[in-house]
Write a protein that binds this ligand. Structure first.
Ligand SMILES: *Cc1c(COP(=O)(O)O)cnc(C)c1O
Length: 345
């Protein structure tokens, strides 16, 4: 029994025994020669699910986004992106460093949306003064927030009317799809409705889906062929990767619909934290709960929780992420520990 309730991220999950068995049983080959049947099956599967012609398995989401950005943009081109978006803020500036692509970051609202008027104003005219604006990059979910479908379609239409392509950083797009589908709904149809808006989509297998590693970039054959060269250039050519691709295939079969449970656990946590002195739940969307802590007591709460065997992240506001390896008993332990902290004299 795991006695730690680890809510730092949905990346902390361990492969289940059944997932490990699928990995054990995987047929493999050298994927640099295109010989790994499990990688090929995964790429075909995720391309079909996202409604794209092709897909490429990647070690990480950062590499998947990077290969996507570099496949869309040339040196000196520009991409429009949220000020707090992962590709801009949390990927080491890779598009600029390795692709000489200029980011044009824009402010986002509390749900992660850039204003449509700001996007329109940021698209530069064809003039020697300006970088060529080539791409709009959105993220869904963003900090757990599901982007409203009308927003996605309006932003994409605006970008396309000016000749831009549109990329989705969909590290947690399965959470968005499951939330949109609702209880008992068709998550794969909901996924497809989102991905149809985009030219390219990066999805992650190692977050809510619970695989030990891997992401995939999905798009047209032409785009994926360019991304393939860039993946090789950035050191991402893989050999018998079927061992890990098998975990992702297993997750696509067994771990999509169950994301609903993670969302229910986030709601359970948020409900249990209502009305506590000095604490307020700022947001609890899909599988992520943010808790604001007054008077600079965030680090003290974090340390208190750690002593109680409950792990989270953050400073002023704490972040709790639900996943495959946390159940209702774990959530209740987290609630009890946070309540005990709040009610200390
Ligand atoms: C985690 C994450 C990534 C990057 O994935 P890594 O596998 O950690 O490189 C990209 N975008 C978003 C929104 C993420 O949450």
């Amino acid at each position: 029994m795991n006695t730690i309730v680890d809510l730092r991220s949905d990346t902390v999950t361990r492969p289940t025994p059944a997932m490990r068995q699928a990995m054990f049983d995987a047929e493999v080959g050298d994927d640099v020669f295109g010989d790994d049947p499990t990688v090929t099956a995964l790429q075909e599967r995720i391309a079909a699910m996202t409604g794209k012609e092709a897909a490429l398995y990647m070690p990480t989401g950062t590499q998947s986004n990077l290969c996507g950005l570099l496949a869309h943009c040339q040196r000196g081109d520009e991409y429009i992106v949220g000020q707090l978006a992962h590709t801009y803020r949390y990927e080491g500036g890779g598009a600029a460093v390795l692709g000489s692509i200029q980011p044009q970051p824009l402010l986002q609202d509390a749900q992660g949306r850039m204003a449509l008027a700001d996007i329109a104003n940021a698209i530069k005219p064809d003039d020697a003064h300006f970088a060529r604006t080539r791409l709009l990059c959105l993220e869904n979910t963003w900090n757990g927030h599901v982007m409203p479908h009308d927003y996605l379609t309006a932003a994409a239409a605006l970008a396309r009317a000016q000749g831009l392509a549109v990329h989705l950083d969909g590290a947690r797009v399965f959470n968005a799809a499951v939330a949109n589908a609702g209880e008992g709904g068709d998550a794969v149809a909901a996924l497809r409705r989102i991905t149809d808006v985009f030219d390219s989509v990066s999805v992650c297998f190692s977050k809510g889906l619970g695989a030990p590693m891997g992401s995939a970039l999905c798009g047209s054959k032409e785009l994926i062929a360019r991304a393939h060269r860039i993946r090789k250039m950035t050191g991402g050519g893989l050999r018998q990767a079927g061992v890990v691709a098998a975990a992702a295939l297993y997750a696509l079969d067994k771990h999509v619909e169950r994301l609903q449970q993670d969302h229910a656990m986030a709601q359970r946590l948020a409900a249990g934290l209502q009305g506590l002195p000095g604490l307020s739940v700022r947001s609890a969307q899909t599988n992520i709960v943010f808790l604001d802590v007054t008077e600079g007591r965030g680090p003290a709460l974090l340390a208190y929780l750690k002593d109680a065997g409950v792990l989270a992240t953050g400073m002023i506001g704490l972040r709790f992420v639900t996943h495959l390896d946390v159940d209702a008993a774990g959530i209740d332990r987290a609630i009890a520990a946070i309540r005990a902290f709040a009610q200390q004299p």
